[in-house]
Write a protein that binds this ligand. Structure first.
Ligand code: GUN
Length: 293
C-alpha cells in the first residue's frame, strides 16, 4: 500500500510555484495576489482561510484577508466582491463558504468575476470545465487530479466510484475523471444518499473518491483489493486520548481500508493540503492570464 502524500506533493508544487514567482520578480513582472473574504467565526473556515493565506506567504504571493462580522448584510458583501472584481492588483479571490444564513451564497458566487474566480465555483467556470474548455478548476478536484497525475496512477478505462454529489467536489470530480485524456477516461459512477446498495457500488471501484462528509463512513469490506482510495473528508471526532479531546478523520475508515488499497490518501496530510495548493496554482494562472488571455 502506497500513501498518496499530500504534504510531500504540496511542498514540491509550492517549491515550483515559488521558483516561478522568483522569475516573475526578477523580470519585474506582476506578483500574484490572492484575496480571501472570511465572514463570521466558523472555526473550520478560519483554519482553512489561515492556511490559504499562509501558503501564499510561503510561495511569495501577495495576499489580502478581508474579515467581516457575521451580521454583514448581503449588499455590503456584494460591494466587497465588486471592489475585488475592480481592483487591478487582485488576480483572484475567494469568498469562504459557508456564509451566514441570511446571505444567498449563489448570489455572491454569481457576482464574482469569473476571470478572478480561482475557486472555480462560478457557473461559467463550471460549464467550461464540463465542456473541456480552459477553466479555473475547483480546488479540491484539481488537487485530486494533480495527485493522480504526480503519482502516475493509471486512470484510462478504470471504474471510478464517487461518493457524494456536491457542487464543490463530487459532481466536478466525476466530470473531470470521465473526460478524455489523462487523468481521465474513467467510467464514473456518481453515488449519493439515495443510491441503493452503496457498499456494492463501491466494491466495483478501481478508484474510490469519498466526499460525503461522514466520518469513517467507508468500511474495509466495501473496498476491492488493490483499489485507489481518495479520501476528501475532513471530520473532527471526539478522542479522549488527545490533548485537544478531538482528532481529524476522513470519510474512509483508514484502519480497515488502507491494508486493502494499492494507494490511499491519509487524513490529515492528503487531499486537504492539495486543495490549498491547487488554489495557489489557479492564482498563478490568473496572474499569468492563462485561462482568460
Ligand atoms: N468551503 C469549503 N471548501 C471551500 C473552498 O474550497 N472554497 C471556499 N471559498 N469555501 C469553501
Amino acid at each position: 500500500m502506497t500513501l498518496l502524500d499530500g504534504k510531500l506533493l504540496s511542498e514540491n508544487i509550492k517549491a515550483e510555484i515559488a521558483a516561478d514567482v522568483e522569475h516573475l520578480r526578477e523580470r519585474g513582472g506582476k506578483i500574484p495576489h490572492l484575496a480571501a473574504v472570511l465572514v463570521g467565526e466558523n472555526a473550520a473556515s478560519q483554519v482553512y482561510v489561515n492556511s490559504k493565506i499562509k501558503s501564499c506567504e510561503q510561495v511569495g504571493f501577495k495576499s489580502t484577508l478581508i474579515r467581516r462580522d457575521a451580521d454583514i448584510s448581503e449588499n455590503e458583501l456584494l460591494d466587497i466582491v465588486q471592489g475585488l472584481n475592480n481592483d487591478p492588483d487582485v488576480d483572484g479571490f475567494i469568498v469562504q463558504l459557508p456564509l451566514p444564513k441570511h446571505i444567498n451564497e449563489e448570489k455572491i458566487t454569481l457576482a464574482i468575476d469569473h476571470r478572478k474566480d480561482v475557486d472555480g465555483f462560478h457557473p461559467i467556470n463550471f460549464g467550461r470545465m464540463a465542456q473541456g474548455l480552459p477553466a479555473f478548476l475547483p480546488a479540491t478536484p484539481y488537487g485530486i487530479v494533480e495527485t493522480l497525475r504526480r503519482y502516475n496512477i493509471e486512470t484510462a478505462g478504470k471504474h471510478c466510484v464517487v461518493v457524494g454529489r456536491s457542487n464543490i467536489v463530487g459532481t466536478p470530480i466525476s466530470i473531470l475523471l470521465s473526460r478524455k485524456g489523462y487523468p481521465g477516461d474513467c467510467t464514473v459512477t456518481l453515488t449519493h444518499s439515495r443510491t441503493k446498495d452503496l457498499p456494492g457500488e463501491v466494491r466495483r471501484a478501481d478508484i474510490v473518491v469519498a466526499a460525503i462528509g461522514i466520518p469513517e463512513f467507508i468500511k474495509g469490506d466495501w473496498v476491492k483489493e488493490g483499489a485507489v482510495v481518495i479520501d476528501v473528508g475532513i471530520n473532527r471526532i471526539p478522542d479522549a486520548t488527545k490533548k485537544s479531546g478531538t482528532r481529524l478523520v476522513g470519510d474512509v475508515d483508514f484502519e480497515e481500508v488502507a491494508p486493502k488499497c494499492s494507494h490511499i490518501t491519509p487524513v490529515p496530510g492528503g487531499v486537504g493540503l492539495m486543495t490549498v495548493t491547487a488554489l495557489l496554482l489557479n492564482t498563478l494562472k490568473a496572474c499569468r492570464k492563462e485561462i482568460y488571455p
